[in-house]
Design a protein around this ligand. Sequence first.
Ligand SMILES: [Zn+2]
Length: 219
Amino acid sequence: MKALVREGCSTTSRIQRSACRLAAVVRLRAQFQRVIVPRYAPAMTDDPETPIPDDKDWTWVLERPCPECEFVAGTPRPQIGAAIRSAVQGIIPALARADVRTRPAPAVWSPLEYGCHVRDVLEICGGRLDLMLASDGAVFPNWDQDSTAVEKRYWESDPREVATQLAAAAERMAARFDGVHDEEWDHVGHRSNGSRFTVETFGWYVLHDVVHHAHDVSG
Ligand SMILES: [Zn+2]
């Protein structure tokens, strides 16, 4: 600090030395302001706010009713596929609404973004179901749903394309459950956080995801 204050001051006059110190302090402050101020300036982007990451472990919905969407786990095995087909019909019409791109709050997804999310959940979970069917005791690879939403820029999607993709993804998932053989329903799969599913409870878990987000977009 002293070295900086003295910098550029060759005079011996007390008044001039004070003036030099003052000028040096002003220079120093300006130097910091140039460095620090931009660092705290708001990011120059038109991208919507990123919602708070959903790190809740939704497996509790297998044990008790969901207070938000009123889902109760326990759909009989032969009806899980049909229930998925039915539940997705609670989301697809929302993708044709005038407010499809409107977020109800800055950090809450629009119907379009929920549609993209459910489409991707069904694709990812379809892969997980395939793993469980192919190998009893499978471990699922990680999937970060929140970073996927940002990377794929859900908010820029075409709602009609998303509706088509979502319907197809739901049909593929439903057909998978329709095709599960009796001896496969008790196959086990694990998420990396330790959650354990059977094919049956995984069906309820996936079904809840669709039902819950149909509830989210119903408002
Ligand atoms: Zn729910």
